[in-house]
Design a protein. Structure first.
Length: 276
């Protein structure tokens, strides 16, 4: 075993199987329970990143003014931004390391679910600690609420030559869209600055910000067609937990205009008018 497997893949695999045994051999419940506990453990890693994103969002209007002011002087803009961050006591890279660690854990989890759901008990037993090893001729119960979590969650419709995403994949993509939208800035200052300045960096930043909102949900739909449904279930739960965490950190964020249009919440402009 390599160090990545020993430090991450093997402990996470044993954790999932431990929940499987504790919850009566139900893999779906095991994934839910395992996801809850793991998300709680990862909270100290994700919290600094969320707080950093919240601070950057609050400072975005002032940063946009600097971009507009120094649109023709790249070096002056870099220096002005550095001085601004120092003055406000903000380090833009403070949340990067915890976020990278979280990505490493997500990669390990992908390996865990693919190995556990593959159905090869010899491979699985090779990763399990002695107390959790399965006996010979024992198979995992991968059925949960009618879904076989070991195969992709897809729908076949007569007359259509390709498979369509199932309910779990669609829900995961929708929740991921909401999560990505919440991460985007609430205001449109970046887009306005990009239109008024000559800097290509502003155009690229505004374009990437818009495309990233929809890229992850689309990727979820595409890759979900080939991944086991158990992995899609975990990704759905992960995205739901992330929305709760983002809401606690910075409210509804970029999702506010959507929610205000359908009347679920009041927009900041409406609140401002009523306060006047």
């Amino acid at each position: 075993m390599n160090i990545f497997q020993v430090l991450l893949i093997q402990p996470l695999t044993n954790g999932l199987i431990l929940f499987y045994n504790l919850l009566g051999g139900n893999l779906g419940l095991a994934i839910i329970g395992f996801s809850l506990v793991l998300r709680f453990i990862l909270n100290p890693l994700t919290k600094p990143y969320m707080e950093s994103m919240k601070k950057m969002k609050e400072l975005q209007p002032q940063l946009s003014k600097l971009q507009k002011k120094y649109s023709n002087d790249k070096q002056a803009l870099v220096k002005a931004q550095a001085d601004f961050y120092k003055e406000k006591g903000v380090n833009p890279g403070s949340g990067c390391l915890p976020y990278l660690l979280q990505i490493a854990i997500l990669i390990a989890l992908f390996n865990v679910f693919t190995k556990v759901l593959a159905g090869d008990m010899n491979v699985l037993n090779g990763l399990l600690y002695p107390a959790l090893k399965f006996q010979e001729n024992v198979a995992l119960n991968t059925v949960f609420l009618g879904w076989n979590l070991s195969v992709p969650d897809t729908i076949t419709i007569p007359g259509i030559p390709f498979k369509l995403p199932g309910i779990i994949i669609i829900l995961a993509a929708v929740v991921q869209l909401f999560s990505s939208k919440m991460m985007s800035p609430l205001n449109k200052i970046d887009q306005k600055v990009a239109q008024k300045t000559k800097s290509q960096a502003d155009d690229i930043q505004a374009s990437m910000q818009s495309s990233m909102t929809y890229m992850f949900p689309i990727m979820t739909l595409i890759f979900g067609l080939s991944f086991p449904a158990g992995l899609a279930l975990y990704w759905l739960l992960f995205s739901i937990f992330q929305i709760f965490q983002q809401y606690q950190s910075g409210g509804w964020g970029g999702l506010t205009p959507w929610l205000s249009k359908i009347g679920l919440i009041k927009s900041e402009s409406e609140n401002g008018k009523r306060s006047k």
